[in-house]
Design a protein around this ligand. Sequence first.
Ligand SMILES: [Zn+2]
Ligand SMILES: [Zn+2]
Length: 854
Amino acid sequence: MYDFKRVEKKWQSRWEKSREFQAKENKKNKFYLLEMLPYPSGYGLHMGHARNYVIGDVLARYKRMNGYNVLYPMAYDSFGLPAENAAIKEKIHPKKYTENSIKNFIRQQKSLGLSYDWSRSFATHKKEYYRWDQWIFLQFLKNNLAYRKKALVNYCPKCDTVLANEQVIQGKCWRHSDINVEIKELEQWFFRTTKYAEELLNNIDNLEWPRTVKDMQKNWIGESEGTLVNFRLKDTNEIIPVFTTRPDTLYGVTFLVFSPEHSKVLELVKGTKYEREVRNFIQKTIIENKYYREDKEGLFIGKYAVNPLNSEEIPVYIANFVLLEYGTGVVMSVPAHDQRDYEFAKRHVLKIKQVIEGDIKDCAYEGEGNLINSGKFNGMNSRDAINKITEYLKRNKLGRKTTQYKLRDWLISRQRYWGCPIPIIYCDRCGIVPVPEKNLPVVLPEKVNFRKGNPLATSRKFVNVKCPKCKGKARRETDTMDTFVDSSWYLMRYCDPKNNKKLFDKKNINYWMPVDIYIGGREHSTGHLIYFRFFTKVFRDLKLLNFDEPALRLFNQGDVNKNNIRMSKSKGNIVDPMEMVNQYGADSLRFYLMFVSSPDSVLEWDDSGISSSYNFVNKIYSLKSIKYESSQKDRIIQSKINSLIGTVTFAIENFEYNKALIAIMEFTNYFYKNASLVSRDVFDDVYKKLLTLLHPFIPHITSELKCNNQWPKVNNKLIDKEIEFTEEFVQSVINDINEIKKLTGISPRKIKLFVSDSWKYDFFKQLKKEDSKDFNYLIKKYMIKEYSKEIVSIIKSVLKNPRRIPEFILTQEKEYNMLNDYKYLFEKEFNVSIEIIKGSEKAYPGKVAIVLEK
Ligand SMILES: [Zn+2]
Ligand SMILES: [Zn+2]
């Protein structure tokens, strides 16, 4: 047993002092390895974090050992609601709360021995960072990528803030599963993500990301081809664009339906007798889960629209089955040819007008066919009509062909304090005035009142400001930015974290970016992982950088479970990583986390597992005091260690760390058993290689035992599968003899060992290469008349169990000589005379026949 506490402290402080993980731009091949920006919760690291970071650290250390210039940084996503809420609850300032949490986080991360370049670390709540959020906002504004619009927003009364769509889960607040989300109409700031929808969609397939994440993004962006049809609101010139994939049914439209969340709806009913009822309906719909609104409920809103083709007047409804994300958020209803519309029409006693031939007696006819009741398009089939009607609409400026996306613009305004202030000033005379770049940062004031609403609005010093244009009285925007803005470009800041003149230097960013591998959880498949792609594309178009995608490869690590449930405070199944570090050491925890399951699958925590990892680490340590007896295993150990280097290298490159460690463990057990039978030089060399292979996983103890800094190379000349096989062969003979002795109860005077008939060696070699499993074919191909009976039975048995063919097939001569070489060993083991004989029907290559003589 060694003193892991002393050893781990020693190496952690040595790494810190020597700054050996600091990355510098140079001529070497770069490797940018990134883990998702953590939110520094007051609870500190949980086991999921620990696993995530060790996965990254193993690769970082491995890449450095392979000569790469590795950038492996860490920072903190320190703005956001939880700090504000926790601060309100515990009555400490969010800043103090956050900074304490960060300190704690860093201490815990360091105690795991993670090899971050700490010199590049930052926290997003610092003005040195968020001034660049503000600068970015101003560039977006200048380039028409940021705009303000009145919008219905999801609002949680408990958070007292607007929520993004992805923060609404089944109609409830993502942080308060008991609070129904309400709607509110507010002027909000948006980023124009939709401008990049097409590129965001098209580039996905070039990325080496997990298929599920790519599919989720595709679905989120949601492209569909169709026709935009301009309906007119009756008695006005107002146009309502409607998206459809079936313009051939346009003559059959009998009503229009708005999504209840559509911002136009409230405007249309304002001051009418419908207003109150409509408001209630909207509220109720939003509370229901967006995607599982079972009852198709709707409401007439007192307006009519005009069909552009036949000028028919049709009533306008809102209904819960129309999603804002689909098309324009308004659909044209054709009950004769759409089952959902059909049911709705029956329920609300609306007209059903057939325009495609087919049976509509009991349900809608949704297929294609020839047009009827469609004016000059009568008789045309659906396919032609889709094109002809779209062309007609276009010619008459009544519509056009279009591609629609489900993706919406990004609402970035938050009515909260603990975030980056939006650099905007409102002046009664000049309107919306951006804060001049030279006046950045707009600093978040510390003295505010947390008791109600948005605390930022309570700071008069902050709110009251001179207009930069007219110098008159004006007031600041009190909304802060969604924290996803901070995390959309943090990965670029790492490339030039101290720059106070620019967002980052172009040279540095083009050297390090794009990220070579990005490690994080699946929960970010849509939000963050779309936003950071969007920012990259905007930055490229603003000429800040010259690549298209931020991260080439994405790796999702699996969850950490206990008792088959994901570890979480609310489930009460937490294991604190720091307790494990105290009890067993960081190396044992790291080894355990990487050994139990492959990085991408679920890890089921098992308390006894960590103690066997601890025993393994100690075994590695105890190898250093081995006593030498002989050198008989030199060749085989050298062969095995070289095979191991190949296996471990391949496994790490393919994120199969557990396979690497299983192979290492097997080797170590063998090495440990046979270490005294290896000469000193070979032992030292093999031990050093073993430590080096283990270094990325358990860096403290291996540094203490003086591993190499460079990853070992496989020496193929030393790999001798035959000699490895020999040992297994000899061991299997010993096992078999013991087995037979036990079964028969014979204590022999003499043991005869028969090696196989010589023809079987070639025969087995041929069978080994054979792909066919067809008995008749094999018999025909490999039949040798003199051994026909034996051949039939061998082929039968091999087909049934292919493992009957050994991994290595020697020759009769070699097996015979091998057994003779080890004759002394058998005689010693069994204390009888041994005779070795060539040729036996009962023996096979790799399997001797044994006769015990009394
Ligand atoms: Zn809430
Ligand atoms: Zn002004």
